[in-house]
Design a protein around this ligand. Sequence first.
Ligand code: HEM
Length: 225
Amino acid sequence: MPLDRSWFAPILLLLLGFISVLFGALHLNLLGQGDVGAEHQMASTHYFNMPVPIIIHIISGSFFNIFVPLQFAKQIRSRWPKLHRYLGRCLLICALGFGFSGLWMNHFYPQYGGVLKYLGIAVHCLVLVVSLLLAYRAIRRGDVESHKAWMMRMTAAALSPATQRLFIIPTYLLIGEDLVTDVVIAGVIWFGLAVNLGFVEWILRKKKASDFKRTSHKQVAESSY
Ligand code: HEM
């Protein structure tokens, strides 16, 4: 039996989020090894000196990446609306957890990547928090379509680090250390956000166009009776 098309989005989100979850697990494993882990090529000394923010960041970020795809599954939303609401509240706490710890790390951990990288992270957090607030406000007034659209934008910002890794890892493996310059770091951060938000806006426009087509067809059919 072919897979229902409505599962495509949740599966895509899960696969994309899995990249960050994997990186998170690697970093937590290194932190768990203490000094031994610090010698690893992937380890950052500042994570060992100030582990709390990165631990909060990885745990809340991983929970978010694993469970947010369920919120986009039509079947789950309509069959278990209570689960959708309960999970929504947990994901809200997670988003605030990784958003604010990201903002904190951006400011207090040793600086790299220059001012554009610094601003890039700040803009990610801004899009995340503003979209969450607007999504919440929309659902309080019963505007489901607007709620969905803002939740999609929020998820685009949250999953931007995964998109960045999707591009940077193969490029790093091909080019090596020479790739790591301030311009590239900042560029990749902005690129991840632009790609994800661009993709969401494209989906929303497509949906709007097909909804418009459907209503005009319906109106034509009704007026011809
Ligand atoms: C708005 C979204 C996000 C922002 C702005 C953000 C920002 C940051 C910042 C500033 C750092 C510290 C980099 C450093 O100075 O070493 C970091 C590290 C990290 N973040 Fe996020 N993050 C976001 C979402 C996530 C999510 C959802 C996950 C999922 C697990 C995640 C996983 C990680 C991991 C594993 C690290 C360790 C370093 C690495 O592998 O690149 N982040 N993030």
